[in-house]
Design a protein around this ligand. Structure first.
Ligand SMILES: *[C@@H]1O[C@H](CO)[C@@H](O)[C@H](O)[C@H]1NC(C)=O
Length: 206
């Protein structure tokens, strides 16, 4: 019994030493209710998310709309001959306490060959965080799914110059519809209103 406990102890210690990033990922996804509000399971892999501003998403850190206004680069363990779906959603619209219009899709790309996201189908082009004034912090979740094959997406193609067709989305329903299974990689950040939001609303015509 003692030996068994010691062995389990060693395995646990090893797990945390080997993958501090993964254990932070799981605890932050649970602590912020990304699971179950957005996903049913925590992705296994940490998705590296870096914005041109230099800011990086990291397990629910706080960024600003100004820092995330431009398309981020994402990296995960992508196989060059597989196709992926990448999504970025805000479940907290209009606010975390009253999410009646969420999720809003900020980015949705399918048939992404390896990690070359812009070579995939941009179903919904990227626009950054736009939390309305006085609605507190919103969660911005980024996830990657491995597709079973190249797919035909029966979805409207939306540019990032309009907010049309972005509301009342469910990444879970989308994944089910296309048999994407569980997300393989993920990350998220938090943001609230700043001076960039009215500029974004002007671009989107809202
Ligand atoms: C809008 O989408 C295009 C195509 O995906 C992208 O190149 C551009 O960077 C996006 N604009 C912003 C502000 O991210």
């Amino acid at each position: 019994m003692y030996r068994l406990c010691f062995l389990i102890f060693l395995i646990n210690v090893n797990y945390f030493i080997a993958s501090p990033v993964q254990s932070d990922l799981a605890s932050s996804f649970l602590e912020h209710n990304i699971v179950p509000d957005v996903l049913s399971v925590v992705p296994e892999e940490y998705l590296a998310v870096k914005f041109p501003s230099g800011a990086e998403a990291h397990n629910g850190n706080i960024l600003t709309p100004t820092l995330v206004k431009d398309l981020p680069s994402l990296s995960w363990n992508a196989e060059p001959d597989l196709f992926y779906t990448v999504a970025n959603v805000d479940p907290d619209v209009p606010s975390h306490d009253d999410p009646t219009k969420g999720q809003v899709v900020h980015w949705l790309a399918g048939n992404v060959p390896g990690d070359d996201i812009l070579a995939g189908d941009q179903l919904m082009e990227y626009f950054g965080a736009g939390p309305a004034q006085d609605t507190g912090l919103h969660r911005y979740v980024l996830v990657v799914y491995e597709q079973p094959a190249k797919l035909e997406f029966d979805e409207p193609r939306m540019s990032n110059l309009t907010a049309e067709n972005r509301y009342y989305f469910s990444i879970g329903d989308f994944a089910k519809k296309y048999n994407l299974g569980d997300p393989i990689a993920g990350n998220f950040y938090l943001a609230e209103y700043d001076d960039y939001v009215p500029i974004l609303y002007k671009i989107l015509g809202i």
